[in-house]
Design a protein around this ligand. Structure first.
Ligand code: ADP
Ligand code: MG
Length: 482
């Protein structure tokens, strides 16, 4: 048995986010995902001699947005550097990156772990260009190269070695994905590779100040795999330490099929990147005006919305958090409450029937077929006592999904589902139930008051769900206590 309690894990993540700009970082080529291979490649992407890069301004804007959202200091004097290495999918033979002047410094990502807020410090966020893709599984004898991705803009978010468990890393990367989606700067889709993560992991004895030797795990294409790879590495490194084996600095790859990692290269084989300032691009200066105008375009972020939903709308912390898990859900919620001030009902609808429908059909909130004002109209009909929630959330809701062009009230009438609140009509049903169950009525009268639920249920059935149950309960109590 290994004594894992003696050790503390230390984790630092490098997250690459591919930006949702239309064109590449230094030329007008499209960044579209899924285009035919090698179709988005002008001579600039191909690094033909004599071509020159030209900076995409949108990239600076997106970097500033992320920096502000993550509480960073924004560097106003920016330079690019060349990071030199040879690889078949890198036509220039170097990658243009920001070496000594990352556009964002310091800052932190707030995560919630075991119901506690924790700020994970960032080291830097910098702009760089992506490389192309080597495709090893298309041809038996050759590796194919697709250069569509070469030159697509990335922001690399580098954390301090400040996380101590796989769960913290999971929460950290989930939070980053949520934020970039809220900001609309990256689609956060790890499976398609538009967000990628390298995990640096080391272990040390608890109380030790010095960092242990780290390993870096690459090829993590889902948040779950980031967690799995870190868990695997922590156990592996602890086992090595316990056996007094030396830990060597390594780059490793994660194999999702087995949930294990294997060595790609050791530090001795590491590249010397021979960084130097990029001579083809002038430095760029971010003015105070630009900073200010970008700030104005940052939408309300999840933290802020969560507070608003609790303080102004009176929702529970749980509801507020779930509504803000992704932007399309909070956007839809915001649209519903444009048409109703019954915030609690709006949240219940969204987290109840709407969510079930989305889960069953495996679609995102953005693809929900009914407009927000229809949900608000249903809430209104319930408030007016025209229908109850049970009928609204099943029969009318389903009918609307079949015939989305119809008005809810029209369907209520057509399907004869108007709520019955009239005492005379309700009394008939109540009497019928009471007469049908003399023994139960006796038990009730002897003190088994919980039977009221059974009687109410029978009335509900008899009315096919249309009875105003508040009224039914009142009538039942009156009759049974006579
Ligand atoms: P490299 O030069 O190998 O890329 P950096 O110092 O730039 O290393 O750090 C890369 C990432 O690794 C950062 O996220 C950093 O927090 C993390 N890191 C650095 N040292 C360690 C360590 N000993 N244990 C865990 N993570 C580390
Ligand atoms: Mg690294």
């Amino acid at each position: 048995m290994l004594d894992t309690q003696k050790y503390e894990a230390v984790i630092g993540l490098e997250v690459h986010t591919q930006l949702l700009t239309k064109s590449k970082l230094f030329c007008g080529d499209s960044t579209e995902f899924g285009s035919l291979p090698n179709t988005n490649i002008s001579p600039v992407s191909l690094a033909h001699p004599g071509t020159l890069p030209k900076m995409n301004k949108k990239v600076i804007e997106y970097a500033i947005k992320l920096g502000i959202a993550l509480h960073c200091d924004i560097e106003q004097n920016n330079y690019f550097a060349r990071k030199n290495y040879f690889y078949p999918d890198l036509p220039k033979g170097y990658q243009v990156s920001q070496h000594t002047t990352p556009i964002c410094k310091n800052g932190f990502v707030s995560i919630n772990i075991n119901s506690e807020e924790k700020n994970i410090k960032l080291n830097r966020i910098h702009i760089e260009e992506d490389a192309g893709k080597s495709l090893h599984d298309i041809d038996e004898n050759y590796t194919c190269i697709d250069l569509n991705r070469a030159g697509v803009p990335l922001l690399e978010i580098v954390s301090e070695p400040a996380m101590h468990s796989a769960d913290e890393a999971f929460a950290y990367i989930t939070e980053i994905r949520k934020l970039v989606r809220y900001l609309g700067i990256c689609d956060g889709n790890m499976e398609e590779g538009s967000m990628r993560c390298d995990a640096n992991v080391s272990v040390r004895l608890k109380g030790e100040k010095k960092l242990g030797t780290k390993v870096e795990v690459k090829n993590l294409n889902s948040i779950r795999n980031v967690k799995k790879a870190i868990e695997y590495e922590i156990s592996r490194l602890i086992a090595l330490s316990e056996n007094n084996e030396e830990i060597i600095q390594q780059t490793r790859s994660f194999d999702a099929a087995t949930g294990t990692t294997f060595s790609l290269r050791t530090k001795e084989e590491a590249n010397d990147y021979r960084y130097f300032a990029e001579p083809d691009l002038t430095p760029f200066f971010i003015t105070n005006e630009m900073l200010e105008s970008v700030k104005q375009t940052i939408p309300a972020l999840p933290k802020e919305l969560e507070i608003k939903y609790q303080k102004e709308f009176g929702l529970s912390a749980y509801d507020a958090k779930v509504l803000c898990e992704d932007k399309s859900t909070s956007d839809f919620f915001e649209s519903i409450v444009q048409h109703t001030s019954n915030y609690k009902a709006a949240a219940n609808w969204l987290l109840g029937p709407v969510r079930s429908y989305l889960n069953e059909n495996n679609i995102e909130t953005a693809g929900f077929p009914l407009p927000a004002k229809i949900i608000a109209a249903l809430i209104g009909l319930i408030e007016e006592g025209k229908i109850n929630f049970g009928i609204a959330s099943t029969k009318i809701f389903n009918a609307l999904l079949q015939e989305p062009e119809k008005e809810p009230m029209q369907l209520v009438t057509e399907l004869n589902l108007l709520q019955e609140s009239n005492d005379d009509a309700l009394t008939l049903w109540v009497d019928e139930v009471i007469n049908k169950m003399p023994e139960k009525v006796n038990e009730y009268k002897k003190g088994k008051k919980t039977l009221i639920g059974l009687f109410a249920g029978e009335v509900k059935k008899l009315s096919k769900g249309k009875a105003d149950m508040q009224q039914v309960n009142k009538l039942l109590t009156e009759k049974l206590n006579q």
